[in-house]
Design a protein around this ligand. Structure first.
Ligand code: ATP
Length: 660
C-alpha cells in the first residue's frame, strides 16, 4: 500500500512535482524527476499478465498497387465476400441447421409424453422422465448452438466488414482527382458509413436469422404434416392464404416506409452537416432562425416516416397473431372432434397446437429480416458501383520507374478539357528548363491551375503530351513521378496531428535536424516558438486554429523537406499583411532555389520574381518572356503591370494622405 501511495503522491499528487503544481501535494515533499517513475511492484504482475494475453499486432505489410491487385478487381458480391471465409461459413451453416431442428423437438416430445406416458392406460412415469430429460438435452444443444452461431457469425461479419472497408478505402485512394471533384463528399462518406453499416447488420444477424427462420418454417411444415395430414391440410387452406396476403402487404408497405426513413435520415444528416460547415456564414447572415425552422421541417419528415413504419409494424404483428388465434379456434373444433372420434390422439393434437403457435413467428421474423436483406443488397449494389468506378488516370501496365530527373518540363501541344468536348486549355507549347521558375499569370478561370494539374498528372491531356526530362508522364509509374514532384496547393491542407507530423508528411522518416532545417529555411521558427509545445503542438482539424499565413508556411516547409526536383506551387490568394507576405516571399525564394518550378502567381509581385512569365488567357499561352521583355513588348502583361503600378501608387498616396 505504502509504495502505491508514494507513486500516487509523487507522480500525480495534485500535479505536485511532475506537472509543476504546488510542490508536495498532500503535504509531502514532491518526488523529484519525472512524474511517472515506473509501475509499482505490486501491480507489475497484473501488467505482465495483461501483456501476455495481448494479441500481437505486427505492423501490417501493406502493398499498395496503383492499378489494384487481381483480388481487389474481382466483382463485389455478398457471396464472394463471404466465401473467402469458407470454414466459418460452413460452420455457421451447420449451426443454423442444428438450431432449426433441435429447437423444434420440444412439442413432439411433449405430444409423445402425453400419449405414451400420461394418457389413461399408458401411464409410465419412466417414459415421461426420459422424454423430459431429452427435452432438456435438446434445449441445451439449441442454446449452445445459438451461442456458438452468434459468435461465429459475429466474427465472420467482423472479418468481412474489415475486408470491405479496406477494399473500398484502397479503391478511393486509387481514384483520380476528377472523381472527388464530381462526387459529393457526403455521398462517398455515406458509402463508407451507412451502406457498410447496413451490410454489417445483415451479416451479423440478418443472414443467419433469415436462414434459421426459413429452415424452421420448413421443419415445422414437415412436422405438421407428419403429425396429422388432415389438420395440416386444413391449416394450409385456412391460414396460409390470409397470411401470404398480409405478408405481401407488409413487405410492400414496409419497403416504402424504410425508403422514407432512409431518405429522412439522409436529409437530417445533410442539413446538419451543411449548417455545421457553413456556421460562420449562417451566423454572419443571421440565418439561425431560418435554419431552425428548416431543420424542424426536415426532422418532422423523418418523424412522420418513423411513425408510418411503426403503424405498419403495429398492423402486421398483432394482425398475423389474430389470424393465428382465429385459425387455432377453428382447428380446436375440428381437432377436438377428431379426438372425440378417436381418429387423433390427444397428445398429437397438443403437439400440433404447439407447433402451430411456432409457425407464425418465423413468418413474421422472415418478413422483417427481408427488409434488412434488401437494404444490405442495395448497399452491396451501391458499393459495387463505387468499386467499379475506374480511375480516369491509370498507370499503364508497362510503366517504368522515372529515374532521378534534372527537371525539364515540356508541354508538347497540350489540349485538355474536364469535359472532353469543352477544352479548357488548348494547344499549349511551352518548355521549362531545369532549375527555371516559370510563373503563370492571367485572368481568373484562364486555365492556370489546370496546367499545373497536368504536370502533377492529376489529369491526362486530351491531346498532346506532358514530358518531364523527355519522359511522357503516361509512361512512368505514378509513385516514381510524384516522389520527385512537390505540390503546394492554394489552400494548404493540414492533417490532424502535430505540426511536426504535418511538416514531415511526405517524408515521415525525416530526422529532427532535417525538420529544423526546413523550419529555418522557410522562416517558420518564430511561429513555432510561439506555439505552446513547439513542433509538437497539435493542430486542430485542417489547421483552423492557425492563421492562413502560418498554414502556408507549414505547407512550404513540408514541400521543402520533401526535396522535390520539380515544384508546382499555387500561390495563395488570401490577403496577407505586408509582414506575412514578405515572409512568404522570402520562404518562396529559399524553396525555389535550384528547382524547376511552376508558380501560379496571383500577385504580380510574385510573378516578377520568376525567371520567365507565361500569360495564360482563355486556355492559351499568349505571351512568354522575362518581366522586362514582356513589359517592353507592350502586350497583355504590360497592361496588367501598368494597372498594378497605378494601383500601388494610388494606395501609397492614400496611405501618405491618411498619415498626414
Ligand atoms: P484562378 O486564377 O481563379 O485559380 P485558373 O486560371 O487557375 O483560375 P482553372 O482552375 O484552371 O483556372 O480553371 C479553368 C476553367 O476550367 C474554368 O472555367 C473552370 O470553371 C474550369 N474547371 C476547373 N476545374 C474544373 C473541374 N474539376 N471540372 C470542370 N471544370 C473545371
Amino acid at each position: 500500500m505504502g509504495s502505491a501511495m508514494s507513486w500516487g503522491g509523487g507522480g500525480f499528487g495534485g500535479g505536485g512535482g511532475g506537472f509543476g503544481g504546488a510542490p508536495g501535494g498532500f503535504g509531502r515533499p514532491a518526488a523529484p524527476g519525472l512524474p511517472f517513475a515506473g509501475i509499482p511492484t505490486e501491480l507489475q504482475g497484473g501488467v505482465d499478465g495483461l501483456l501476455a494475453s495481448e494479441p500481437e499486432h505486427p505492423a501490417p505489410d501493406v502493398v499498395f498497387n496503383q492499378n489494384g491487385s487481381e483480388l481487389e478487381l474481382k466483382r463485389l458480391t455478398l457471396w464472394r465476400l463471404l466465401t473467402k471465409y469458407r470454414g466459418m461459413l460452413a460452420l455457421a451453416g451447420l449451426l443454423v441447421v442444428v438450431i432449426s431442428v433441435a429447437a423444434q423437438t420440444g412439442p413432439a416430445l411433449t405430444g409423445i409424453a402425453i400419449d405414451d406416458g400420461m394418457s389413461p392406460g399408458h401411464e409410465h412415469f419412466a417414459v415421461v422422465a426420459i422424454l423430459a430429460a431429452a427435452y432438456l438435452v435438446f434445449i441445451a444443444v439449441t442454446a449452445l448452438a445459438q451461442r456458438l452461431q452468434v459468435k461465429v457469425t459475429g466474427r465472420l461479419a467482423a472479418w468481412v466488414m474489415n475486408d470491405l472497408r479496406v477494399k473500398v478505402f484502397a479503391h478511393l485512394q486509387r481514384l483520380s482527382l476528377g472523381f472527388f471533384t464530381e462526387e459529393k463528399a457526403g455521398v462517398v462518406m455515406s458509402r463508407m458509413t451507412s451502406d457498410i453499416e447496413n451490410l454489417q447488420q445483415l451479416l451479423q444477424d440478418g443472414l443467419s436469422q433469415l436462414a434459421i427462420q426459413a429452415l424452421t418454417m420448413v421443419v415445422i411444415t414437415v412436422i405438421l404434416f407428419a403429425t396429422d395430414v388432415r389438420l395440416a391440410a386444413i391449416t394450409v387452406v385456412l391460414i396460409v392464404p390470409a397470411l401470404v396476403v398480409a405478408s405481401l402487404w407488409f413487405k410492400r408497405a414496409s419497403e416504402r416506409g424504410y425508403d422514407r426513413v432512409r431518405d429522412g435520415i439522409a436529409n437530417v444528416l445533410a442539413d446538419l452537416s451543411e449548417s455545421l460547415h457553413g456556421v460562420r456564414i449562417v451566423t454572419a447572415h443571421n440565418r439561425q432562425r431560418h435554419n431552425v425552422i428548416h431543420h424542424r421541417n426536415v426532422v418532422g419528415d423523418y418523424r412522420d416516416a418513423n411513425n408510418y413504419t411503426a403503424h405498419v409494424n403495429a398492423l402486421y404483428g398483432p394482425g398475423t397473431q389474430f389470424l393465428g388465434v382465429v385459425g387455432q379456434a377453428v382447428l380446436l373444433a375440428i381437432g377436438g372432434e377428431m379426438v372425440l372420434h378417436h381418429t387423433l390422439k390427444i397428445g398429437a393434437l397438443v403437439a400440433f397446437f404447439l407447433y402451430l403457435n411456432r409457425f407464425f413467428q418465423p413468418i413474421q421474423l422472415l418478413v422483417q429480416q427481408y427488409n434488412t436483406y434488401q437494404q444490405g443488397q442495395a448497399s452491396v449494389y451501391k458499393l459495387r458501383n463505387l468499386i467499379d468506378t475506374e480511375p480516369e488516370v491509370t498507370e499503364s501496365a508497362d510503366a517504368v520507374e522515372l529515374p532521378p530527373i534534372e527537371g525539364e518540363i515540356v508541354f508538347d501541344h497540350v489540349s485538355f478539357g474536364y469535359d472532353p468536348d469543352r477544352l479548357v486549355v488548348e494547344d499549349i507549347a511551352l518548355q521549362v528548363a531545369p532549375g527555371e521558375t516559370v510563373a503563370f499569370v492571367g485572368p481568373t478561370g484562364a486555365g492556370k491551375s489546370t496546367l499545373a494539374k497536368l504536370v502533377t498528372r492529376f489529369y491526362d491531356p486530351t491531346e498532346g503530351r506532358v514530358l518531364i526530362d523527355g519522359h511522357d508522364l503516361r509512361d512512368v509509374t505514378m509513385r516514381s513521378l510524384r516522389r520527385q514532384l512537390g505540390v503546394v496547393p492554394q489552400e494548404p491542407f493540414l492533417f490532424a496531428g502535430t505540426i511536426r507530423d504535418n511538416i514531415a508528411f511526405a517524408r515521415p522518416e525525416a530526422t529532427d535536424e532535417e525538420i529544423f532545417e526546413a523550419v529555418r529555411t522557410v522562416g517558420l521558427g518564430d511561429v513555432i516558438d510561439r506555439m505552446p509545445n513547439g513542433l509538437d503542438t497539435v493542430v486542430h482539424e485542417r489547421g483552423q486554429t492557425l492563421s492562413s499565413g502560418e498554414r502556408q508556411l507549414i505547407a512550404l516547409a513540408r514541400a521543402f523537406l520533401a526535396h522535390p526536383r520539380v515544384l508546382v506551387l499555387d500561390e495563395a490568394t488570401s490577403n496577407l499583411d505586408l509582414q506575412s507576405e514578405t515572409k512568404i516571399e522570402t520562404a518562396l525564394d529559399a524553396l525555389l532555389e535550384n528547382r524547376t518550378a511552376i508558380l501560379i502567381a496571383h500577385r504580380l509581385s510574385t510573378a516578377m520574381r520568376a525567371d520567365r512569365i507565361a500569360v495564360v488567357d482563355q486556355g492559351r499561352v499568349t505571351e512568354v518572356g522575362t518581366h522586362a521583355e514582356l513589359v517592353a513588348s507592350g502586350g497583355r502583361y504590360a497592361e496588367m503591370y501598368a494597372t498594378w503600378v497605378r494601383q500601388s501608387d494610388l494606395a501609397e498616396h492614400a496611405a501618405a494622405d491618411g498619415g498626414r
